[in-house]
Design a binder for this molecule. Structure first.
Ligand SMILES: C[S@@+](CC[C@H](N)C(=O)[O-])C[C@H]1O[C@@H](n2cnc3c(N)ncnc32)[C@H](O)[C@@H]1O
Length: 274
């Protein structure tokens, strides 16, 4: 089974992120998004390693956080996002700090038609795949534009804790006791309402079990070189105590994938379709 059992509507995804773009970007540029700056971003950049001189594609780049990190480290970066407003904001930042990044408003499901085969040495996606209407098609497209042996380093929210039902049980003084989760095996569209940003916004996402992600990755023609569940460092927790939650239960997953020469499906990884 290589197609998602549930798909989002790509137009609705684009519209939601267009509405979200200014508040989301404001949250990043003001440091409000400390999960990105103090925790996941550094972990993902470290996993990407030395990118100097590499042709890198940032998939679902938003307003360009990871693209800029890679370009500052010497990569030649192309960055795409489905949201024209995100791309406009990314271009504004590129104008203020020219890093040679080519930002383009493209749906990741169309990457295969937008770039020639083997155009990139590496691709990265920071918390974007689970927000896409059709991650399986996006993965196939990314594999097709990577040179054989090229890496794809992608983070998603952890399907084991970012479940359709999720709630911290609290005790005395509202201290978090444990995280209650349910409906892990659901394959469903979920909605996130982002509060405490410059304005409130809602974005759709897919929740599927981890086995579906592995099935899509392998069917797209990637080999999984590494699978990581990053934890914030002690220094990061000292600076942002709220990050301590993410040292108790895993919040994110990082896939380290290698593009094979041919897409092959390993049927033993096909998830149940019920
Ligand atoms: C949570 S944001 C992450 C943005 C950025 N990678 C970052 O780390 O700040 C998810 C992004 O995925 C983008 N996105 C969703 N579906 C997409 C698709 N089909 N193709 C390209 N981008 C998509 C959204 O527009 C949004 O910018």
């Amino acid at each position: 089974m290589t197609d998602p059992p549930v798909k989002l509507d790509a137009d609705a995804v684009r519209a939601a992120w267009d509405r979200a773009a200014d508040a989301y970007t404001h949250g990043q540029t003001t440091g409000r998004d400390y999960y990105r700056y103090d925790f996941l971003g550094p972990a993902q950049a470290a996993l990407c390693g030395d990118v100097s001189g590499l042709r890198v594609l940032d998939v679902g780049c938003g307003s360009g956080y990871l693209a800029r990190e890679m370009a500052r480290r010497g990569a030649h970066v192309t960055a795409i996002d489905i949201s024209p407003r995100m791309i406009a904001l990314a271009r504004e930042m590129e104008a203020a700090e020219p890093l040679g990044i080519g930002f383009q408003a493209i749906d990741a499901a169309e990457i295969g038609g937008a770039f020639a085969a083997g155009s990139f040495d590496m691709a990265a996606a920071c918390l974007a795949l689970q927000d896409m209407a059709d991650p399986a098609t996006a993965l196939r497209g990314v594999r097709s534009v990577l040179r054989p042996g090229g890496r794809f380093v992608a983070s998603i929210t952890h399907p084991g804790t970012d479940t359709p039902f999720r709630q911290w049980e609290r005790g005395e003084q509202r201290r978090k006791r444990w995280l209650c989760i349910d409906r892990y095996f659901d394959r469903v569209a979920v909605e996130y309402t982002w509060t405490r940003w410059a304005y409130e916004f809602t974005t759709p996402a897919l929740h599927v079990p981890l086995e579906d992600w592995f099935a899509w990755i392998l069917a797209a023609g990637f080999r999984v070189r590494g699978f990581h569940e990053p934890r914030p460092t002690a220094q990061a927790i000292a600076a942002q105590p709220k990050l301590a939650d993410a040292a108790r239960v895993p919040y994110y997953v990082l896939f380290d994938m290698i593009a094979t020469a041919d897409a092959t499906t390993d049927a033993t990884f096909a998830p149940a379709t019920s």
